[in-house]
Design a binder for this molecule. Sequence first.
Ligand code: AMP
Length: 278
Amino acid sequence: MRIILLGPPGSGKGTQAQLLVQRYGIVQLSTGEMLRAAVAAGTPVGLKAKEIMASGGLVPDEVVVGIISDRIDQPDAKNGFILDGFPRTVPQAEALDDLLKHKHLKLDGVIELRVNESALLNRVETRVAQMRERGEEVRVDDTPEVLTKRLASYRSQTEPLVHYYSERRKLSTIDGMMAINEVTRAIHRQLLALGAVEPKTHGKTSAKSAAKAASVKTGAKKAKTAKKPMKTIKKAAKTTKKAAKKATKKTVKKAAKKTVKKSAKKAAKKLTKKRAKR
Ligand code: AMP
């Protein structure tokens, strides 16, 4: 699975990315975290990024594109990844398209967490208070002034990506104001609709296995109609139900036939025995 989480600072991207990592065993690629690590380590990238980050600006595109390209090549990203905080500009999105094409990788989709801006300041303030309580170091850019700047930069530079990915039929928008577990559930539903994850099957009976097989068969159809995922999923579910019904009917019929045959054989044997006795 390869997805992008899109949303302003404080929208819950990091939290949801963590949950997805645990659930699907993929990696979270957060450019913000990578840059903070570079700043802490005092690398050339870190030195370049330090001031920009502290003031709430954006680090140059070529710097973050380079970081992401290298990171995607690491073995732990082979299973899939969630991009968190990247891309943040249209040129970064174009560069990502190019580099994925070059690496023969496909992006499954982009999940936008839409939030009410006036709630964001509260959220970030709560996050800062909780971090202080735990004795953790607070980010230098988590102040009301810098957050206002980060939000402005999201609106002008990152929000155009909503249009960019919606035009390419990659975008799914989720209400990020819901409770954390509700957002997680909504993301999971979208991932299913995108075909990025497999639905869980608990089937044990033959009818259920047949249904599973039927849903595999409809997979080719599903890929063709991937532009209308919800419609396709509903259709696939219908086909699956039908197949399950058919399979059950067939099994019952077969069993009945077997029983009739067995009883007939038994009766014939009995009759032969009786005759022999006579
Ligand atoms: P984040 O942790 O995603 O909020 O990022 C923290 C800061 O890192 C941002 O305010 C930017 O200064 C910088 N940054 C992170 N990702 C990017 C990116 N994709 N492009 C440019 N700057 C970035």
